[in-house]
Design a protein around this ligand. Structure first.
Ligand code: AMP
Ligand code: MG
Length: 415
């Protein structure tokens, strides 16, 4: 493992430094498996998909109309052509289109020999066996050339690509029935805290229901990981040690929530120091300041904070891309920031990066506007549900006035 900026004692780290450290540390899992196409949805290609033939396989028509030779067209005025047959999608016209001739053609039908241009039916007029075509037709118009989508031998999809709906269709268009994908990443996770009750149990005084485990279940399931849910672990050294040992033996990655903030971390740190090499970070961000990262045995450990919103911020900003890299995704997805006009003032001191929950939408002037959610507490999970973006205020930023532009990171579709 790389030497991180800090070892056992907490030291402030920027979001950028933490990300770089995580991404430099992890490398993809090596196992692979061959799956029938449909089962590969959401999985990561372990080998490139190479086109075994041209797509489309033949020159064909992009429109319903008349196939003809461009050199039959009169330079000026109408051209009259003799209709010599019909070409259907899946049923080609087997003859040759000569000068002065045309073939009625449907979208997707193979372009008949001799023809190089399609005139759309809306502009042509058929009278008996004659079609009349107005002036101004472009040679080659309305045709799709063999191999224009993919040429035979071309890499259609590179290794590292995540297979979504478009990729399933693309692989299907090549007639490929099985694909080689990375094995799924195994992620074990648990919640820590004496105050946590699991759903289905009554709440004792002072208890709260464990929500992080459900959030993480959702995030990891969407990621396509194989998940191992180890439940709630009490703040007792022997329980925590047992859970960490079990998790690390069973999984590639262990995700925990809670127990890494300064007040709580002492016995956690002592156990983690004994079981592996784990670094406790104090990040210059809000929410999600405390985080632990390191190794226990062969597993990577991400110790996420306890507050429900902080869990989602740490996951999306740090853990997610590291997990994608471990799963074999390459290149990592871009996460573009959008500029939006902030409709309300936000108080902020320079020095840390803040992730506020907001709703971004169209502004009257055609740009984007964003409204921060009223309650920005790191325990207010409703803010994540009602928001569709993080308003990202960089380290150097001070307070924002209503009407100022801010950066926005969309998370619809990501979470
Ligand atoms: P901690 O970092 O363990 O001190 O937790 C910080 C805050 O997050 C405390 O208010 C906890 O009650 C809350 N919290 C910790 N774990 C969970 C959880 N699994 N579900 C909901 N809230 C939690
Ligand atoms: Mg706790």
């Amino acid at each position: 493992m790389n030497t991180p900026p800090s070892s056992s004692s907490p030291a402030a780290l920027s979001a950028q430094e933490a990300r770089q450290h995580l991404l430099a540390a992890v490398a993809p899992v090596t196992g692979r498996e061959v799956l029938p196409l449909r089962e590969a949805l959401g999985r990561i290609l372990a080998a490139p998909i190479v086109a075994p033939h041209d797509v489309p396989a033949h020159d064909n028509s992009a429109m319903d109309g008349y196939a003809l030779r461009a050199d039959s067209l009169a330079g000026e005025g109408e051209t009259r052509l003799q209709v010599v047959g019909t070409a259907w999608a899946g049923r080609a016209f087997s003859g040759l289109v000569g000068t002065g001739q045309a073939v009625r053609i449907m979208t997707g039908a193979v372009l008949p020999a001799g023809a190089d241009t399609v005139v759309v039916q809306e502009v042509a007029r058929q009278e008996g066996d004659t079609v009349i075509v107005p002036a101004g037709q472009k040679p080659g118009a309305n045709t799709r050339l063999a191999g224009e989508d993919l040429a035979r031998g071309q890499v259609a999809l590179a290794a590292g690509k995540r297979i979504g709906a478009a990729e399933l269709g693309l692989i299907g268009s090549l007639g490929i029935a099985e694909v080689t994908v990375r094995r799924r990443l195994k992620v074990a996770f648990f919640s820590t805290g004496d105050e946590l009750a699991s759903i289905g149990q009554p709440l004792a005084p002072g208890q709260i229901y464990d929500s992080n485990r459900y959030t993480l279940f959702g995030l990891l399931t969407q990621l396509g990981a194989e998940i191992i849910d180890l439940g709630v672990v009490r703040d007792r050294p022997q329980d925590l040690e047992a859970a960490l040992g079990e998790a690390a033996a069973a999984a590639d990655v262990v995700l925990t929530s809670g127990g890494v903030s300064v007040g709580e971390a002492d016995f956690v740190r002592e156990i983690l120091a004994r079981l592996g090499q784990v670094h406790f970070w104090k990040l210059d961000i809000k929410p999600g300041r405390p985080m632990a990262f390191g190794r226990i045995g062969k597993a990577w450990l991400f110790g996420l904070p306890g507050n429900p919103v902080a869990v989602m911020v740490s996951y999306t900003q740090f853990a997610l891309d590291a997990l994608l890299r471990l799963a074999g995704v390459d290149p990592l997805p871009e996460r573009p920031l959008l500029k939006a006009v902030c409709r309300e003032a936000i108080k902020k001191q320079p020095g840390r990066r803040e992730f506020l929950r907001g709703r971004v939408g169209a502004a009257a002037d055609g740009g984007w506007q964003v409204r921060p959610f009223a309650l920005q507490g790191s325990g207010v999970l409703r803010s994540m549900s009602e928001a569709n973006c993080f308003i990202v205020l960089p380290e150097e930023a001070a307070s924002v006035a209503a009407g100022d532009p801010v950066d926005v990171q969309l998370f619809e579709g990501l979470l």
